[in-house]
Write a protein that binds this ligand. Structure first.
Ligand code: RB5
Length: 142
């Protein structure tokens, strides 16, 4: 299950990502927001982070205008590794090296075509499981 969350700056891009997830038959839970009316991004970052830490969802996708505020908030939660990506190279690397469990996107930064490719890369790249990366991830939580 993939957790989705956004603020008003990410709402339109979230609709594109939902269309992609539906097309691929991937299960998701949308934690809001539900329109382009102004809201506070920390609310949605917290809902998505908690759903992952509770085990309800395995991964999350968070979108605000830049992706910055929403990823800063998510990363306050121990166990959440939110990666703000603007290209597929970073999306692949953050799965391989950081075992990122949240992808953050900027709805005012990346266009829908690129964003969907980033999502696809993020969801389809497994963690490398290499000891040096596991060791570094362990150190994040210390
Ligand atoms: C909202 O205007 C904007 O500040 C927000 O979407 C995000 O970019 C914050 O980091």
């Amino acid at each position: 299950m993939i957790a989705l969350g956004c603020d008003h700056g990410g709402y339109e891009l979230k609709q594109e990502i939902i269309a992609y997830l539906k097309k691929e038959g991937l299960e998701y839970k949308d934690f809001g927001c539900d329109s382009t009316a102004a809201v506070d991004y920390p609310v949605y970052a917290k809902l998505v982070a908690k759903s992952i830490l509770d085990g309800e969802c395995e991964k999350g996708i968070l979108i605000c205008g830049t992706g910055i505020g929403i990823s800063i908030t998510a990363n306050k939660f121990p166990g959440i590794r939110a990666a703000l990506c603007t290209d597929c190279f970073c999306a692949e690397a953050t799965r391989l090296h950081n075992d990122a469990n949240v992808l953050a996107l900027g709805g005012r930064v990346v266009g829908p075509g690129l964003a969907v490719k980033i999502v696809e890369t993020f969801l389809n790249t497994p963690f490398s499981n290499e000891e040096r990366h596991k060791n570094r991830i362990r150190q994040i939580e210390e």
